[in-house]
Design a protein around this ligand. Structure first.
Ligand code: NAD
Length: 428
């Protein structure tokens, strides 16, 4: 049997621990999630039957602040996956110096099989089950795979009903009209774009000589593909759960996005006004997309997409992890040995949690920012922390992932020490 996602995720920590001096207490504490909740959610279906769904919420660590993390709706959600995602959130918030700990949630469900009303009952039922576990000062959910602002709005509303008070800061990623932040819907992609724009010039790369393939055409992947396309990169391939398309001459991302929005699928089209034509292209599987001979590969779907099985097929020179955990630890070592530059999830996709933090701040202060303010602050944070991790990787001669973990570990270690160290208690 293959090892768990969480065991694999923890390996990254083991590598980084060699480069940072931490108390034994800190190392021991970071090995375990603080608390893990498993809930059963009874939902009345439209045909009158009752279905019970399994849900999870894991708070990994809250030393640096209330825990924070998205909620995923997917048939493969498991406690192991949610724990791993909560672990990554802990490091992501530390890396970005956001005053939050890490958490994650999920429901094992295929949301595409539910009606809108069933989805609403499920989302409200999930909050009923975890209401005592979350809160604006405790743990703050947000969107992730197959959850969106509408679902976040239902979750906030249900929490408010239970607590008989208005607490917009209990959930982020809400619709803007009920306390969401401008720019949250595009934040993950915008943050990743700032990271890419900051790092590729260090390798003397310009957008117009850089080809890109993006796996996953959802909130994060489609928006990033469009930002890259606008900046002059040649986006030659994109995919969703059904498969992908590849066109050597480059794809017209805005046309494909409009098509996907209207038809729930992707098609290699180019539109001028309302006239659309199919462009020359080939159909790909997701496996084939990962093996394309491109400069930049962006996994923006799910974890464990590049493993020991297919890592030697990867031909990209740079990989920017927009998805959480798309590369397993065995594949990571092989990519490094092959000289392929991997930029880690806990930095690249941190724009989402950064603007979630901005949303929480706005909810609590009651003062709302313009889109320009949000994006300026996001850019400042992403560039500052990217530069710091880049410098650390050069100083220590380690890959960017190890450098990011070292950096996050230092902040977590300092916060844990501030609450009392072994030396303090033993030596007085
Ligand atoms: P989403 O639900 O908006 O989109 C997911 C996309 O992945 C869809 O296009 C879907 O068709 C595709 N997909 C699903 N299964 C696939 C498969 N087996 N192969 C290829 N494509 C597949 O989700 P999202 O918010 O864009 O999240 C994508 C990734 O980014 C996840 O790993 C998530 O954890 C990560 N992430 C998201 C955010 C955020 O704010 N939304 C923040 C940080 C990280």
């Amino acid at each position: 049997m293959s090892e768990s996602l969480f065991t694999d995720a923890s390996r990254r920590l083991e590598r980084a621990l060699k480069y940072v001096s931490l108390s034994e207490d800190t190392i021991e504490r970071l090995k375990y999630p603080k608390s893990s909740l498993i809930v059963s959610i009874p939902v009345r279906m439209d045909d009158g039957s009752l279905r019970i769904f399994q849900g999870y919420r894991v708070r990994y660590d809250d030393t640096r602040g209330p825990s924070k993390g998205g909620v995923r709706y997917h048939p493969k959600v498991s406690l192991d996956e949610v724990q791993s995602l909560a672990f990554w959130m802990t490091f992501k918030c530390a890396v970005l110096n956001i005053p939050f700990g890490g958490a994650k949630g999920g429901i094992t469900v295929n949301p595409k099989e539910l009606s809108k009303l069933e989805l609403e009952r499920l989302s409200r039922g999930y909050v009923d089950a975890i209401a005592d576990f979350i809160g604006p000062d405790v743990d703050i959910p947000a969107p992730d795979v197959y959850t969106n602002p509408m679902i976040m709005g239902w979750m906030m509303d249900q929490y408010n009903i239970i607590k008989r008070q208005l607490s917009p800061a209990v959930v982020t990623g809400k619709p803007v009209t009920i306390g969401g932040s401008l720019g949250r819907d595009t934040a993950t992609a915008t943050g990743a774009f700032f990271v890419i724009q900051n790092l590729l010039p260090k390798f003397n790369r310009t957008p117009w000589e850089t080809t890109v393939a993006v796996q996953g055409f959802g909130n994060a992947g489609a928006e990033l593909a469009e930002l890259l396309w606008k900046a002059g990169y040649k986006v030659v391939a994109v995919s969703d759960s059904q498969g992908g398309i590849h066109a050597k001459q480059g794809l017209d991302i805005p046309s494909i996005r409009r098509f996907k929005e209207a038809n729930k699928g992707i098609k290699a089209i180019y539109c001028e006004g309302s006239v659309c034509n199919i462009v020359e292209h080939e159909i790909l599987t997701n496996e084939q997309l990962l093996a394309l001979d491109v400069d930049v590969l962006v996994p923006a779907a799910l974890e464990n997409q590049i493993t020991a099985q297919n890592v030697n097929d990867v031909k990209a020179k740079f990989i920017f992890e927009v998805a959480n955990g798309p590369i397993d630890s065995a594949a990571d070592l092989i990519l490094e040995a092959r000289g392929i530059q991997v930029f880690p999830d806990i930095l690249v996709n941190a724009g989402g949690v950064t603007v979630s933090y901005f949303e929480w701040v706005q909810n609590r202060s009651g003062l709302y920012w313009t889109l320009e303010e949000v994006n300026q602050r996001l850019q400042h944070k992403m560039v500052e922390e990217t530069e710091a991790i880049w410098t650390k990787s050069q100083e220590l001669s380690v890959c960017m992932r190890t450098a990011a973990y070292v950096y996050g570990l230092q902040r977590l270690g300092e916060a844990m020490n501030a609450k009392g160290t072994r030396d303090y208690y033993l030596n007085g």
